[in-house]
Write a protein that binds this ligand. Structure first.
Ligand SMILES: *Cc1c(COP(=O)(O)O)cnc(C)c1O
Length: 393
């Protein structure tokens, strides 16, 4: 990796403007400049059964600073630990924060694998751009993450279903209270060993269709993974829990258009009004988070070519009607944490919409299509099914 040189000429040329100001090119992230400071003592590994999502972290983290005019400094692997930030740092006042979530898996040969990490880097750059945080070279940053993973190998569980969750995060760090773009930023990645979302097989969930609060709206930031999108979802989630539901079904508008399930994308498999079997998910209109899992499910379904696959606007009355007419087959959420999360019931305006699970097994907790997406994606993630989406580190 070469480092970009300043592009000004040392000696003024005749054709130069008299007030020519050399514009200094700034550095992008470069793995060639990565430095390592290792932890003096290493933590004790937890047993797989003890892992709780996102509650324990590995020995090291990856961090790289950005400063306006200089660009990205040298990335560093250093012990996982507290950040030193001035209380005036803009992240604490105006929510200059965006993040990503992806996992590293260990395959049967003990190799480390990532799943479509380029998608996470693209999305992170989109999120950062929306809140005036700096752009970075996603490919170089993935190379830095790979170095971190090589360092943290022992933390990646080898048991099927277990993985190392990676949380790339970018924050604005300028010490100033003016509401404007941050002149400095920090991009870091921390790692947390995690177990399967459903340790003992699927457990279908119930949704509370929220007709009051809205997660995202046209022209808003629902399509960016900004920290600011999540704190306001907790009170609605607690209300859903009071109604005996595990997740919120997010709606928007007078016609109760469907958006997402908690922090997952929403999928419905039904026989549509035209009598065709169809997998349908809300279209990416700026209010929906463009999930990597969502994209992968759509792509698999289109490759299979066994039923219609649609991205479009969906309304609650269509769901109510499909249930009434016996056309509703499966509903599930999708996201990195659980891959798919089967839905068995939606509480909507005081009524329950019941969704079938496995027609072949009354005890079953997932429909056959939901199960098939799960098994295929897991197979690809753990390298059992060869696929270009799985990247060997
Ligand atoms: C992260 C997220 C998803 C899922 O995205 P994946 O890339 O599939 O993990 C869906 N909806 C929301 C609101 C999210 O934050």
């Amino acid at each position: 990796m070469t480092i970009t040189k300043p592009n000004y000429r040392a000696v003024a040329q005749p054709q130069d403007e008299p007030d020519y100001q050399p514009e200094l090119e700034t550095h992008d992230i470069s793995v060639a400049r990565l430095t390592k400071t290792l932890a003096p003592t290493l933590k004790k590994l937890q047993r797989n059964e003890e892992l709780v999502f996102g509650e324990s972290f590995t020995d090291h983290m990856l961090a790289v600073e950005w400063h306006k005019g200089q660009g990205w400094l040298a990335p560093e692997i250093r012990p996982h630990g507290p950040l030193m930030l001035d209380p005036s740092a803009v992240v604490f006042h105006y929510a200059f924060e965006c993040f990503e979530g992806l996992k590293a898996y260990k395959d049967k040969e003990g190799r480390i694998r990532l799943f479509r990490p380029d998608m996470n880097m693209k999305r992170m750059n989109n999120s950062a751009q929306r809140i005036a945080l700096p752009h970075f070279d996603g490919e170089q940053y993935i190379e830095c993450i790979k170095e971190l993973l090589r360092q943290e190998q022992r933390w990646i569980p080898s048991e099927y279903g277990y993985s190392l969750y990676l949380r790339p995060t970018m924050i604005g760090t300028e010490e100033a209270l003016g509401v404007r773009a941050s002149k400095s930023a920090l991009l870091y990645t921390i790692c947390s060993p995690v177990g399967p979302y459903y340790a003992t097989g699927f457990k279908a969930i119930s949704l509370y269709a929220n007709v009051r609060e809205v997660r995202a709206w046209p022209g808003g930031v629902g399509n960016a993974k900004l920290g600011a999108n999540y704190a306001p979802t907790i009170v609605p989630a607690e209300q859903a829990a009071q109604h005996g539901c595990q997740q919120v079904l997010w709606l928007i508008g007078e016609q109760h258009e469907l958006m997402e399930v908690g922090t997952m994308n929403l999928f419905i498999f039904w026989t549509n009004r035209e009598g065709q079997r169809e997998l349908v998910t809300p279209v990416l209109d700026g209010t929906i988070l463009p999930g990597v899992t969502r994209d992968s499910i759509l792509s698999l379904a289109r490759t299979w070519g066994e039923f219609e696959v649609s991205e479009r606007k969906l309304y609650m009355n269509e769901l109510v009607e499909a249930e009434r007419d016996g056309r509703l087959h499966e509903v599930f959420g999708s996201g990195t944490a659980a891959i798919v999360s089967p839905v068995k019931r939606i509480s909507y305006l005081g009524q329950d919409i019941h969704i079938p699970l496995d027609p072949a097994n009354p005890e079953g907790q997932a429909g056959p299509l939901t199960q098939r997406f799960n098994d295929t994606l897991m197979g690809i993630q753990y390298g059992d099914i060869p696929h270009e989406w799985s990247v060997v580190v």
